[in-house]
Design a protein around this ligand. Structure first.
Ligand SMILES: [Cu+2]
Ligand SMILES: [Zn+2]
Length: 191
């Protein structure tokens, strides 16, 4: 009689413990999926692009790190149809109405201006955005040449994104003869 009572009492308690454990694991997974707990902390940086020279151009740039690869996507709106050069410039400073406060092309490796991936090119030589009749356009670039938030020479944080009125010809020095600056954004670490 005595042993039987004990065996009845222990079993439900054991099952209850297993039940609690399952619920706790489930909660943890739900919180990870909800983004409350990071599954793997992916480094991100972004820039809100505002108008320079009263162009009416706005946009956003997002840098996302996956391993040693960083993918940049720039989306703009309010631009004239055609090609618009996009670069990373040395200074994260859009205080000048014409965007010149962003300085020249970001060039930590000290080479000539050019086309990304071909011969010499600045680390800021992103390329040309194709803008359609609706005034919107985007460009995507993936590279292992940049870093996010490391404070190194090749860290994009603290630099500027500049969008130009014209196309980059990839040959004219020092900046591709892309014309006036119509968009400017400061690259900051995403929270
Ligand atoms: Cu530029
Ligand atoms: Zn350049």
């Amino acid at each position: 009689m005595k042993t039987r009572l004990i065996s009845i009492g222990v079993k439900p308690a054991f099952l209850l413990l297993i039940g609690i454990a399952i619920i706790l694991v489930g909660c943890e997974r739900a919180r990870q999926q909800a983004g409350v707990l990071p599954i793997a902390p992916a480094k991100q940086a972004n820039a809100m692009i505002g108008s320079s020279n009263d162009s009416g151009v706005t946009g956003v740039a997002v840098f996302t790190q996956n391993g040693d690869q960083i993918t940049l996507t720039i989306e703009i709106q309010g631009a004239s149809p055609g090609l618009h050069a996009a670069h990373i410039h040395a200074n994260g400073d859009c205080s000048a109405p014409d965007g010149t406060s962003a300085g020249g092309h970001w060039n930590p490796t000290g080479v000539a201006h050019g086309k990304w991936g071909e011969g010499e090119f600045h680390l800021g030589d992103i390329g040309n955005i194709t803008v359609g009749e609706d005034g919107t356009g985007s460009i995507t670039l993936t590279t292992d040449l940049w870093e996010i938030g490391t404070g190194s020479d090749v860290d994009v944080v603290g630099r500027g994104i500049i969008v130009h009125a014209g196309a980059d010809d990839f040959t004219s020095q020092p900046s591709g003869a892309a014309g006036a600056r119509i968009g400017c954004g400061v690259i900051v670490l995403s929270e």
